[in-house]
Design a protein around this ligand. Structure first.
Ligand SMILES: NC(=O)c1ccc[n+]([C@@H]2O[C@H](COP(=O)([O-])OP(=O)(O)OC[C@H]3O[C@@H](n4cnc5c(N)ncnc54)[C@H](OP(=O)(O)O)[C@@H]3O)[C@@H](O)[C@H]2O)c1
Length: 290
């Protein structure tokens, strides 16, 4: 990915502040991930109101040698408001991106982020101004690479051209009940540019296994048949589906359980027969082949 290499599966920490972990427990988790080759960790300025980054910073402070062996991904551009004196908005202006990134680094207790993403597509973004900020952060050595998250093809292209093609990823939601980025043409654009997306909520936030509506039940039926066929678990089949696509996506696992991370790792090593990719694509009923 441009100037950086991320692990094939990324560990996501969006839910970290709900896990009630001490810095020691988080450090232990990071080391268990590393033992399995998962070296990239995903967070954002807004996760837990900054607390997620702070907790990662505290864990890293316990073993500073870890920093050089991991990649930290964080995101800026969302500004939460209190609804009384301020209102939630996006901000991708030059000064905000620069300052928000510096705040992230302070909370993480690190001198650089490996990858900085613009968290959400901003309808009021000036691609040249935002691009100038990202370039400046990289030139200053505060970030190694940059990209976006949740962008549609139009905004992606505008920023991509403003930074002469330096965007390394678009972190997007994709799973067997979410096809937004197939529909928008984003997947085709990324394939065209040879850019690998990062995939958030690969298991639809767990809904694939806890949901009870008809759509979910149809997907689960197909997943259970394929799990039996490939001698693996249903969630490994989902990770196999995500990574069998030619765009070569990097899924971001959101579980705090190492056994579930191992299922993800098993999945990305599993190659689905071509026709089985379409069984999952059509399983929910949202997609129909003509
Ligand atoms: N860029 C963005 O806008 C954006 C948005 C959302 C998320 N993200 C990133 O993507 C990461 C992953 O997102 P996510 O957490 O939604 O991913 P996910 O892997 O789809 O969902 C994780 C959730 O599913 C549960 N789960 C997993 N397997 C299960 C099973 N077999 N049965 C029941 N529950 C199961 C987990 O519970 P357990 O912990 O108990 O296993 C956890 O609560 C986040 O951590 C964050 O870093 C980015």
């Amino acid at each position: 990915m441009g100037d950086i290499t991320l692990s094939r599966v990324v560990q996501g920490y969006w839910r970290l502040t709900s896990w009630g972990w001490s810095p020691d427990e988080l450090l232990h988790h990071m080391n268990e991930c590393l033992k399995r080759g998962v070296t990239t960790f995903d967070t954002a300025a807004v996760y837990g109101g900054g607390e997620c980054e702070r907790q990662i910073g505290k864990a890293l402070a316990l073993d500073p040698s870890l920093r050089g062996r991991i990649q930290l991904v964080t995101k800026v551009g969302i500004v939460p408001g209190d609804g009384v004196t301020s209102y939630s908005h996006y901000n991708t202006t030059y000064h905000h991106v620069i300052n928000a990134c510096k705040e992230c680094l302070k909370r993480l207790g690190t001198e650089y982020a490996d990858l900085l993403l613009i968290h959400r597509e901003d309808p009021c973004m000036d691609p040249r101004e935002c691009g100038r900020a990202l370039k400046a952060l990289k030139t200053e050595g505060l970030i190694r690479a940059y990209g976006v998250s949740n962008f549609d093809p139009w905004k992606f292209n505008a920023l991509y051209h403003a930074v002469e093609g330096e965007l390394v990823t678009n972190q997007i939601e994709l799973n067997p009940v979410c096809f937004e980025h197939f529909e928008s043409g984003m997947m085709d654009l990324l394939a065209d540019y040879g850019i690998h997306p990062m995939i958030w909520s690969p298991l639809a936030g767990g809904k694939l296994f806890t949901g009870t509506d008809d759509e979910i039940l149809r997907v689960r039926f197909v997943l259970s048949e394929l799990a039996e066929k490939y001698g693996t678990t249903e969630s490994a089949v989902v990770y196999a589906w995500l990574t069998s696509h030619p765009v070569k996506a990097l899924p971001v696992c959101g579980s705090n359980r190492i056994d579930r991370l191992e299922e993800a790792l098993e999945g990305v090593e599993t190659r689905l027969e071509h026709m089985d990719w379409y069984r999952i694509y059509t399983a929910s009923g949202q997609k129909v082949l003509r």
